[in-house]
Design a protein around this ligand. Structure first.
Ligand SMILES: [Cu+2]
Length: 151
């Protein structure tokens, strides 16, 4: 039986590592595409399992960034939502993406864009890790504070 030994030149090895870290990024490690600040999630109303998350997204780059989904270990699913006014009634609507133009800031705030978070169990942690993913398949994680809606 013949054994094949392959020696990998150092420069090639570093390329492979780079490639591997690229895959890791797609899996969840975070090349920061956005500056995410003031992130918070409302504490659950007793008896409910659905809540909402808010934050400020700043895109420091020269290219638009498109947010396509959000997820968290502590929630079964998260939808991107906006509010619309129809005949004087405010309604929530799911949207596919949130675009943050180059150099601009987009705020997710009550009455506007928000993360609709489903399948949450009480009690919620004081600090909540969330992840947002973009149309280039990269993701970025960040933490949000738990905020009591009655405050
Ligand atoms: Cu909603």
């Amino acid at each position: 039986m013949k054994t094949i030994s392959v020696s990998i030149p150092a420069f090639l090895m570093s390329q492979l590592l780079l490639l591997a870290s690229g895959f890791a990024a797609a899996e969840g490690a975070s090349p920061a595409m956005l500056t995410i600040s003031d992130a918070y999630v409302r504490d659950l109303i007793p008896g409910r399992s659905m809540t909402a998350g808010f934050m400020t997204l700043h895109n420091p780059s020269g290219k638009p960034v498109t947010l396509t989904r959000a997820c968290a270990r502590w929630a079964s699913s998260i939808e991107l939502h906006t509010h619309t006014h129809e005949d004087g009634v405010m309604r929530m609507r799911e949207i596919d993406t949130i675009e943050i133009p180059a150099g601009k800031t987009v705020s997710l705030e009550p009455g506007g864009l928000h993360l609709m978070i489903f399948g949450v169990e009480a009690p919620m942690a004081e600090s909540l890790e969330l992840m947002v993913c973009f149309d280039n398949e990269q993701c970025q994680s960040f933490s949000a504070d738990l905020v009591d809606i009655r405050d």
